[in-house]
Design a protein around this ligand. Structure first.
Ligand code: SF4
Ligand code: SF4
Length: 443
């Protein structure tokens, strides 16, 4: 039987072996945490505490503002030191609440009342997901309750749980799948209930046979659920690629998964929903892989949200002498860090410490017109042309060539034998075009 996948894509070295056998460890609270009020797509949350306030772990410290937003809760018990601009993993400073941890406090974290997953209604699921501050754990950090509230005219017939984890190095979703399969399935069923959908598919790349084996066995006792084994190929976990592989449906440019009847949720999101409903926990813990050949003790960790990156690195034994680069996220779509005071956020999936050997690239040379980037682009774009338009600041032409459709997966740059930083040029051009489009709307 053919293994499901999509057209294009690449096979970068996986490096999963560095952490795939590392069970989650709970990292102790750091001396202080930094909580940006924007850890999600949408409007910033609004602080409801001030300097000097005592707060408990699990307490609301910033409330959601508007429909697309999410509240922020403290991950430690302690005192608010200040509220002001702090560096974040994106590189941009954001308004943040700094809390000094009270290491002597014996206070229990604040929980919401647990709810019965059997009798809970779809509206109650959405309400709890919103209250718990759950955002998508796949990277974009879209508020989850919005994704569970599709417009009435969108007929959703399948929900896909994204177990691909196609970025090299990262193994946190894999660990979740093998460490908490029952909770994961219950969380997935709550998602299906919220959306009123009967069919749920867990898509897993075939480099995770243990996760496929465990979950395939578990879903047998749940009608409507199935596990599909997918080809190991980057970016198999991108929403459009996953929908194509699982359902055969194409999401047209500018459209959303729900336009073709599908909703995608991440493994960590399903577990956060389970924890919020069954245990009453708000989202104050980030699950992440700390890996790369430059970290002394690679681990999978459960970290208090807001923990500075340098504390996580110290907890993992520090960096090796040949470490040259630190990335938050995966190596393909992650962001290189220049200030390790930046905190771990709700949706942080990994911290990679890379050595010279892992990041070294040959110098850039002129385009060979080999077409490899075109063949590899999973969205059938022409990366070489998009990058060229961006370099030449021809933004109208870039718009016409669908630059805004690019999902910045980095596949083209990875495949280019001339080492042209295609995705970097495209990202720049895309920002300019989006800005141009915003100005058109406001003028
Ligand atoms: S970064 Fe954009 S242009 Fe390059 S392969 Fe990915 S989707 Fe295609
Ligand atoms: S892969 Fe690189 S060298 Fe080949 S056509 Fe694309 S940009 Fe040019």
């Amino acid at each position: 039987m053919a293994i499901s996948t999509f057209n294009g894509g690449i096979h970068p070295p996986e490096y999963k072996e560095l952490t795939e056998n590392c069970a989650f460890e709970i990292m102790p609270s750091p001396e202080e945490i930094i909580l940006p009020v924007s850890q999600h797509l949408g409007k910033d949350a609004q602080p409801v505490v001030k300097k000097g306030d005592e707060v408990f772990a699990g307490q609301l410290v910033a409330k959601a503002e508007g429909f697309i937003s999410a509240p922020i809760h403290s991950s430690v018990t302690g005192k608010v030191l200040s509220i002001g601009k702090e560096v974040t993993p994106s590189g941009f400073p954001k308004d943040s609440i700094i809390i000094k941890t009270d290491k002597n406090s014996s206070a229990e974290k604040i929980l919401l009342p647990p709810l019965d997953p059997e009798t809970i209604t779809p509206d109650e699921i959405r309400q709890r997901v919103a209250e718990a501050g759950i955002v998508g754990q796949g990277g974009a950090a879209f508020p989850t309750y919005v994704k569970l509230s599709p417009p009435k005219d969108k007929q959703i017939d399948v929900v896909i749980l994204n177990g691909c984890e196609c970025e090299p190095y990262l193994t946190r979703d894999y660990r979740f799948m093998i460490e908490r399969p029952d909770d994961l399935i219950e969380g997935f069923k709550l998602i299906l209930k919220a959306l009123g959908v009967n069919r749920g598919v867990i898509g897993i790349e075939n480099n995770k046979p243990e996760a496929i084996r465990i979950l395939s066995e578990k879903v047998k006792s749940h009608s409507g659920l199935e596990v599909i084994s997918l080809k190991t190929k980057y970016p198999q976990g991108a929403e459009k690629m996953l929908i194509k592989a699982v359902t055969g449906r194409e999401v047209p440019p500018g459209k959303l998964p729900m336009d073709v009847g599908a909703v995608i949720q991440n493994i960590g999101t399903a577990l956060a929903i389970y924890d919020a409903i069954v245990k009453g926990e708000v989202l104050i813990t980030a699950a992440l892989t700390v890996s790369g050949k430059g970290i002394k003790n690679p681990k999978n960790l459960l970290v208090p949200v807001g923990t500075p990156i340098h504390d996580v690195i110290d907890y993992c034994g520090g960096v090796t002498e040949d470490a040259v680069k630190i990335v938050v996220g995966g190596p393909m779509m992650g962001v290189a860090q220049f200030d390790l005071h930046a905190p771990v956020l709700k949706a942080t999936s990994g911290i990679l410490v890379l050595t010279k050997e892992e990041v070294e690239k040959s110098p850039e040379t002129p385009c060979l017109r080999c077409g490899q980037c075109v063949g590899a682009c999973p969205l059938n774009l022409v990366p070489t042309k998009l990058a060229r338009y961006s370099q030449l600041q021809k933004y109208e032409e870039a718009e016409g060539a669908d630059i805004t459709v690019c999902m910045e997966c980095g596949t083209c740059a990875y495949t280019c034998p001339a080492n042209i930083p295609l995705v970097q040029w495209i990202r720049l051009g895309k920002q300019k075009v989006l800005q141009m489009q915003r100005e058109r709307v406001t003028n």
